[in-house]
Write a protein that binds this ligand. Structure first.
Ligand code: NAD
Length: 440
């Protein structure tokens, strides 16, 4: 986030219509449905499914913040700790006006599967604060962040629960978070708690390669998919929904492989450019202006038109439940790589599968972010700093191994890649419960 508060120039892009859902979307129920299905596929012991069907802790904090005009506003923050069998809870913090406990529970559960799939010694958690980060000043954003992390107190910690950036938060927010936490533990421990959050700026203990990690991981999966099919990424076209951290880095890294982004969209609208956008320029523009609104290099189109465009690859990199029945019927792509968490509704996914459109599922495809977060945490613990090459090499190996495990599982059990990803993760979790059994 930067300093400026931006007014969206009206008429510069067409405004997006609301996402697919006409009715209330119960994200946690959707994720539980996948858990049930994968549990059946691998015959998961019933007691393990029961434990995993609810988070361990659901923390809700109402905290006051003094705004620039002197008024006091009460904010609602959440931290859901889903499971810590394999290690400390791990997962991002979302700032968005639509944040609900249900979403955070769903996202926290997905972090448990993601960390298990990637074989990381971490569990699953997620947090959020319900407000529009574009509607406050930078100073207010800093006070909201600091007060929220202070309120979380000992619920988080480098060996307990480790937040990271998600929608609406970035490295700067993590810098305020770690500084706040360090100031609560006393001078003897300050240096040993750096790992309380990941996704920090490199200057204060972040790792090289974290900012682009989710996009980079997504591209490693897309490369595996392309290789399996002999599909040339050079000359391929993509459309990208959400041009924040995940969307912009995915477009940028794919452009280095010769693929071009012909349409982009965000919360302000959608733009089309058949010649291909320059992802560097667009990323710089969004960093400055907080959205694609007013970007001169494309023609405004509607959300409906965006979903009907012909391209090879679709990268959803915004929010959940963006591809419902209508969008799934309209999409003219060969493959969808889920940068966002939960972008397909189950009904949308079924239509895509029936239409032969491949889906690289979120739990696998966007796991590069948490994987490099883990590398950051390890570096903090060991007081090391790895080169970008080392981070990328490890990430590539980890993503490609997970990709092959998921493909293998879905072939063996004749299930979708999403259920395959859940199944690999659940087998790892089941093995750990099997060894430890239940206390007392
Ligand atoms: P971000 O805040 O950097 O970007 C979010 C983007 O989504 C912005 O471009 C925003 O304008 C757009 N958006 C918001 N509401 C929209 C709407 N209604 N319609 C269209 N676009 C909309 O967030 P991010 O970190 O890039 O996260 C994007 C997605 O990727 C989320 O689902 C997140 O959970 C997931 N994810 C992020 C990471 C990470 O490392 N940051 C890791 C794994 C998964």
């Amino acid at each position: 986030m930067d300093n400026q508060q931006m007014a969206i120039p009206s008429g510069s892009v067409s405004l997006s219509t609301p996402p697919a859902a006409q009715h209330k979307y119960e994200f946690f129920k959707v994720v539980q449905g996948y858990l049930d299905e994968a549990a059946r596929v691998i015959e998961l012991p019933e007691y393990i499914k029961t434990i995993l069907s609810q988070p361990k802790n659901e923390i809700i904090i109402n905290f006051p913040v003094k705004m620039d005009d002197g008024s006091v506003r009460l904010f609602k923050g959440y931290r859901v700790q889903h499971n810590n069998l394999l290690g400390p809870y791990k997962g991002g913090i979302r700032y968005h006006e639509g944040v609900t406990l249900d979403d955070v529970k769903a996202l926290a559960a997905m972090m448990t599967w993601k960390c298990a799939l990637m074989n990381l010694p971490l569990g699953g958690g997620k947090g959020g604060v319900k407000f529009d980060p574009n509607g406050v000043s930078r100073q207010e954003l800093q006070r909201i962040t600091r007060r929220f992390f202070h309120s979380l107190g000992n619920n988080i910690g480098p060996d307990t629960d480790i937040p990271a950036p998600d929608v609406g938060t970035d490295a700067k927010a993590m810098a305020w978070a770690v500084d706040t936490y360090m100031n609560t533990v006393g001078s003897l421990f300050r240096q040993s708690v750096k790992g309380v959050v990941t996704g920090k700026p490199v200057a204060i203990g972040g790792t090289l390669g974290r900012e682009k990690a989710t996009g980079q991981g997504l591209v490693y999966c897309i490369q595996e998919w392309a290789e399996e099919r002999d599909f040339p990424l050079g000359g391929a076209t993509l459309i990208v929904q959400g041009f924040g951290n995940v969307g912009s880095f995915t477009a940028l890294i794919l452009s280095k492989l010769g693929a071009s982004t012909v349409a982009v969209g965000d919360h302000t609208g959608y733009l089309y450019n058949p010649e291909g956008f320059n992802p560097h320029k667009l990323q710089d523009y969004v960093k400055k202006n907080r959205s694609i609104a007013g970007y001169p290099g494309g023609k405004p189109i509607s959300r409906e038109e965006f979903f009907k465009l012909k391209a090879d690859i679709f990268i959803p990199a915004a929010l959940e439940n963006q591809i419902g029945v209508e969008e799934a019927k309209n999409l003219q792509v060969k493959m969808i790589a889920e940068g966002a968490n939960g972008p397909c509704s189950p009904e949308g996914e079924q239509i895509l599968i029936d239409r032969g459109i491949d889906i690289l599922p979120d739990v696998l495809a966007n796991a590069g972010g948490v994987t490099v977060s883990y590398y950051e945490w390890v570096q903090n613990k060991r007081s090391e700093s790895w080169s970008l090459e080392e981070v990328d090499t490890r990430l590539e190996k980890a993503m490609k191994r997970a990709y092959r495990e998921v493909v293998e599982m879905s072939r063996q059990r004749k299930c979708s890649m999403r259920i395959g990803a859940y199944a690999v993760a659940l087998q790892r979790i089941a093995a750990a419960y099997g060894e430890r059994e239940i206390f007392p």
